[in-house]
Design a protein around this ligand. Structure first.
Ligand SMILES: CCCCCCCC/C=C\CCCCCCCC(=O)N[C@@H](COP(=O)(O)O)[C@H](O)/C=C/CCCCCCCCCCCCC
Length: 213
């Protein structure tokens, strides 16, 4: 496994806690920041995951551009983005054509990946010491993101998962202390990730945005 010295996953996971406002809205900046931290960790797992991190970086970049562009205040939260893009006709609802990279469809892709992350971290947290990380990752992927990916991506992803280190090495590389301490930290962080996921899911369901092309 590549060197992950200086990297602390706790900081990354805690960022998701700061995504939620008092009104239970999802702030875009910490959401993007959380994904950037996860991609840093992913890059440390080796070049075999480059195709995944490239796609995540492209999506992060799209959202960063919205946050620094002329309509940046409309992208302050996921809620304000949905309201703005729908009211302005900026979302391709049926086919990807005029607005191929809307904020709504880009966040939807990251949102689906957040579901995978949630399942994977929960599996890591609750699994036995001798469980295979590759199996935990494949199962979490098949129960979430894989449903939206074509065969070739599913194949590449499941092949890459075989390169994942053992559960304890993986937990140690998260720099959260011993594997037991890492498991405790996951238990603390996961509810915040779940909450962000649930709020976004309910928002997208309400606006019928869960199948954006
Ligand atoms: C305690 C451990 C922490 C785990 C840290 C995991 C770090 C994960 C970091 C990033 C996750 C990747 C996010 C991937 C976003 C994928 C979005 C997506 O579905 N894109 C596809 C659809 O996009 P459009 O074509 O519609 O624009 C796109 O086709 C995908 C291409 C690349 C392949 C994506 C495979 C996803 C596998 C996710 C598992 C990552 C493996 C991590 C291993 C720990």
């Amino acid at each position: 496994m590549a060197d992950v010295e200086g990297f602390c996953l706790k900081k990354v996971l805690v960022v998701f806690e700061s995504c939620l406002t008092e009104k239970q809205e999802v702030l875009m900046d910490p959401y993007i920041e959380g994904w950037k931290g996860l991609v840093r960790f992913l890059n440390s797992l080796g070049t075999i995951f480059s195709f995944v991190s490239k796609d995540a970086v492209t999506k992060i970049q799209i959202m960063e551009n919205f946050r620094s562009g002329g309509q940046q205040e409309k992208y302050l939260t996921v809620q304000s983005m949905v309201t703005y893009e729908l009211a302005s006709g900026l979302v391709d609802l049926k086919n990807r054509s005029e607005h191929p990279n809307s904020g709504c469809r880009t966040i939807l892709r990251l949102h689906r990946a957040l579901h995978w992350l949630q399942l994977f971290l929960e599996a890591l947290r609750t699994s036995q010491e001798d469980s295979k990380t590759s199996v935990l990752c494949t199962d979490s992927y098949n129960a979430s993101l894989a449903n939206y990916h074509p065969w070739i991506i599913r194949k590449a992803a499941t092949l890459a998962f075989c390169a994942l280190p053992t559960r304890n090495t993986f937990l140690e590389n998260m720099n959260l202390g011993s594997p037991e301490e890492a498991v405790d930290m996951l238990g603390e962080a996961l509810p915040h990730i779940c909450k962000v996921y649930e709020i976004t899911e309910a928002l997208y369901a309400k606006h019928k945005l869960l199948d954006l092309p």
